[in-house]
Design a binder for this molecule. Structure first.
Ligand SMILES: Nc1ncnc2c1ncn2[C@@H]1O[C@H](COP(=O)(O)OP(=O)(O)OP(=O)(O)O)[C@@H](O)[C@H]1O
Ligand SMILES: Nc1nc2c(ncn2[C@@H]2O[C@H](COP(=O)(O)O)[C@@H](O)[C@H]2O)c(=O)[nH]1
Length: 206
């Protein structure tokens, strides 16, 4: 109901299922958000496509984007840069469409400062053994990287207190349902809809 789109930020440790949940949400025709494709300096995984999964860039290209003020946020995660291109987010929100960011915790905290009216959701694993299982079964990372990601997961889970909502990803369809309910409720918050009603009252008073 508000003119400007809502910014939805989903974080959670690597392997918890953020991408899986987001893809499931995008299949739901009632969902009306755009996913912001991130930029990264990490190597492509098999099957990943530039401009679809990420904008894959060199370190030099990424640093030049930062210098030119082109990033809403960025962070280093396990030896590589990851960040959100600013222009797409701004233009999409301005057009009245919600934007969905799937980013790690340090970047999310930068966004929180810049966009305090965003909705910040932390996706948690049922437990750390399940998290390890998911990363291992995904088969995209070598043993050393898996250990680094699990080490990071511990500190990331501590950051959950800085989020508005915690959603456990036990079953994908349940996690999706919980997040959809959050988005629906957030759209009804009075600060988001008040402008519409002010306009309505203006019309009634004329
Ligand atoms: N609820 C679930 N139950 C079982 N397996 C799941 C569930 N959610 C995701 N998975 C599996 O866990 C693995 C990791 O999921 P995914 O790649 O979506 O995680 P991610 O949080 O996006 O990771 P990253 O941050 O590293 O990109 C995938 O193989 C996925 O199929
Ligand atoms: N701060 C940001 N973090 C991001 C962004 N895009 C993805 N990520 C996070 O990085 C890790 C690792 O991702 P992977 O694809 O290498 O497994 C994970 O937590 C992502 O959510 C971003 O634009 N900014």
């Amino acid at each position: 109901m508000s003119n400007r789109g809502m910014l939805i930020v989903l974080s959670g440790p690597s392997g918890v299922g953020k991408g899986t949940v987001r893809q499931a949400m995008l299949k739901d025709k009632d969902q009306n958000f755009k996913y912001s494709i991130s930029m990264t300096t990490r190597n492509k995984r098999p099957g990943e496509v530039d401009g679809v999964d990420y904008f894959f860039r060199s370190k030099m290209e990424f640093e030049s984007e930062i210098e030119n003020g082109g990033m809403l946020e960025y962070a280093k995660y396990v030896d590589h840069y990851y960040g959100t291109p600013l222009r797409y987010v701004n233009e999409t929100l301005e057009s009245g469409t919600d934007v969905f960011l799937e980013i790690e915790v340090n970047g999310a905290m930068q966004v929180r400062k810049k966009c305090p009216d965003g909705v910040f959701i932390f996706l948690t694993p049922p437990d750390l053994v399940t998290l390890r299982d998911r990363i291992v079964k995904r088969g995209t990372d070598d043993a050393a990287t898996i250990e680094k990601r699990l080490e990071k997961a511990r500190s990331e889970i501590k950051m959950m207190q800085n989020y508005d909502y915690a959603v456990v990803n036990d079953k994908v369809e349940l996690a999706v349902h919980r997040i959809e309910k959050i988005i629906e409720s957030e759209h009804l918050r009075v600060p988001r809809v008040i402008d519409i009603y002010k306009k309505m009252i203006g019309v009634v008073n004329r």
